[in-house]
Write a new protein. Structure first.
Length: 423
């Protein structure tokens, strides 16, 4: 008989597995996958040079997998616990002191002394911040206390993009960090309530995420800015080769100038409708933007042909019989029970055999789900909702009296368009 003495050693022949596991902490995480990944990277690299449109994303995915395979568990722990949170702190500080604007967009190197004068920041402090920003790839070090911008830092000169960082700090992180305690409190049941969430726990509030957001006009503006850039660089559903707009919405029917072609429900500042109008300027029918009145007061530079109607999607839909009702990132904010209430108001307004519902959302793959979708799923978990799989979308729509005609997807990692009709 053999046994462990509780201190990592044992009598007889029992192997000390603790020592073996601790040895893994300083060994590559998945060394056996490295050779195949190197071959994949080489192949995608050639495709990138050959101007393959999807090669960049494939190469990025492969190099990310290579990083995860090569780094040791110790390095992964430091990345998750130290480098990523501290780089966020350095970025937000840089935004606050207008560092990235001072660094500029002209690729000319600047010294810490020059930047300290431009930002009125202690040069010793600034040097420390910039070393970390360079180490994390946010700016480029060109010499001793000398730096030049990257594409990332240039984009951070624009408020529309840099608003994501103070928004994360003040509205997301407390709820996300409360997820472990919240799940433990609820015996690890899947969150399905919008009134008892990790967000409520983390912020010590009775208000839901959107109610809480509207209490702070600055945060509300930053949230809408962040949502406006979320899909930048992705293929949008109204692009040729994604959803056949002309064939699915216009051909074979008559749409008069007074008829409504598309209603954007909860459409924020109208970014999607504006893009739709630019891509399809000659389509007949009216375009209608809907959101809460307190959101719509901040709408600027909207195409004059787009009508604006204040509307809460938990109430009766005032536009009846439109050709298409559209929701972008609406349903993923709510658990199924509340989604059915939102959908019920739309279903009641739809004309049988004519109206469509277009839902622009993430589709979580059953296997090989991408990190962007799993990340947003965790963010949705914070407020009691989720991203959904294809099976879950079918079940939700059927429970609301709708049927999915087709799920349109242009490429991996891009939002899908779920086309629905009345069942």
């Amino acid at each position: 008989m053999t046994y462990s003495n509780g201190n990592g050693s044992s009598n007889g022949s029992v192997k000390d597995t603790t020592t073996d596991v601790e040895a893994l902490a300083i060994s590559s995480n998945l060394p056996d996958t490295v050779p195949d990944l190197l071959q994949t990277i080489s192949s995608h690299g050639k495709d990138l040079l050959a101007k393959d449109a999807e090669a960049r994303l494939k190469l990025l995915e492969a190099t990310r997998s290579l990083t995860y395979a090569l780094e040791t568990p110790r390095e992964a722990i430091l990345r998750h616990c130290w480098s990523e949170p501290t780089s966020h702190a350095a970025i937000e500080t840089g935004i606050d002191i207008h560092l990235f604007s001072a660094l500029g967009i002209d690729d000319k190197p600047k010294t810490v002394a020059e930047l300290a004068e431009a930002t009125s920041v202690d040069p010793i402090l600034l040097a420390r911040l910039m070393k970390h920003l360079a180490a994390m790839g946010i700016i480029t070090e060109t010499g001793y206390n000398e730096y030049c911008p990257t594409g990332f830092s240039k984009v951070l000169t624009l408020e529309r993009y840099n608003d994501a960082f103070p928004l994360k700090n003040r509205r997301y992180i407390k709820g996300i960090m409360a997820i472990p305690a919240f799940l433990k409190k609820n015996n690890y049941q899947n969150p399905t309530s919008s009134t008892d969430t990790a967000f409520h726990m983390g912020h010590a509030t009775d208000l839901g995420f959107f109610e809480h957001l509207q209490q702070d006009p600055l945060m509300a503006r930053q949230f809408n800015n962040h949502m406006s850039v979320y899909a930048e660089g992705q293929v949008r559903w109204m692009e040729p080769g994604f959803y056949p707009v002309q064939e699915q919405l216009v051909d074979g029917i008559t749409i008069g100038e007074d008829d409504v072609l598309l209603v954007d429900i909860g459409g924020s500042f109208g970014h999607d409708l504006s893009y739709f109008r630019r891509k399809w300027p000659g389509l007949p029918g009216r375009l209608v933007l809907q959101d809460l009145p307190e959101v719509l007061v901040s709408v600027e530079n909207l195409h004059p042909s787009i009508e604006v109607i204040g509307h809460d999607f938990f109430t009766e839909q005032p536009v009846k019989g439109a050709r298409a009702y559209y929701m972008h990132y609406i349903l993923h904010d709510w658990p199924d029970e509340l989604c059915r209430k939102i959908l019920a108001n739309t279903v009641a307004a739809m004309q049988p055999g004519y109206s469509k519902l277009l839902v622009n959302e993430n589709l979580v793959l059953d296997t090989g789900a991408c990190w962007e979708n799993t990340t947003t799923d965790m963010v949705m978990m914070e407020i009691g909702s989720s991203e959904r799989t294809e099976r879950q979308w079918h079940a939700l729509m059927e429970s609301a009296g709708l049927k999915i005609v087709k799920i349109w997807t242009a490429q991996r990692n891009v939002e899908s368009l779920i086309e629905c009709e009345l069942a």
